[in-house]
Design a protein around this ligand. Structure first.
Ligand SMILES: [Zn+2]
Length: 135
């Protein structure tokens, strides 16, 4: 990968990181707001609001899930930026082959080539199947 490509992917990744940080802040803010609302709630009427409460909790769990997922992506992006600096960006961490350009365009923080990724997915599926079998 030449310097021009590296600079290109670096700017893409920095943009990804910025967008993601914005999203995470947004989720955190929503969570904080609903926590404050709960704290200010009228507890004598608590039972009447159980249904709402449940929805809120589910909503919060969903947000939590998104934050978790985003944190993973964030980690991937940071590592991809480190790989750009190290000069190993765009190479599969498994087999060392170049990752397909189209794949990098779609997912600049990809660390596996298409082949290794699909092999890994097969292994994951098989493990899942075996676990199901054992029980
Ligand atoms: Zn590979």
């Amino acid at each position: 990968m030449n310097k021009k490509d590296r600079d290109y992917f670096k700017s893409v990744l920095l943009k990804f990181r910025q967008d993601l940080m914005g999203q995470i802040d947004q989720v955190k803010e929503n969570d904080l707001n609903s926590t404050l609302r709960d704290a200010a709630g009228d507890h004598s009427a608590y039972s009447y609001h159980m249904a709402d409460q449940g929805t809120d909790n589910m909503e919060r769990e969903k947000n939590f899930f998104y934050v978790q997922r985003d944190n993973h992506t964030m980690q991937d992006i940071i590592e991809a930026l480190e790989r750009i600096e190290a000069g190993t960006f765009g190479m599969c961490v498994e087999c060392g082959q170049k990752i397909n350009r189209d794949r990098l365009e779609a997912m600049p923080y990809a660390i596996f080539c298409v082949q290794c990724k699909s092999d890994l997915e097969k292994i994951t599926r098989n493990n899942h199947f075996m676990t199901g079998d054992a029980f």
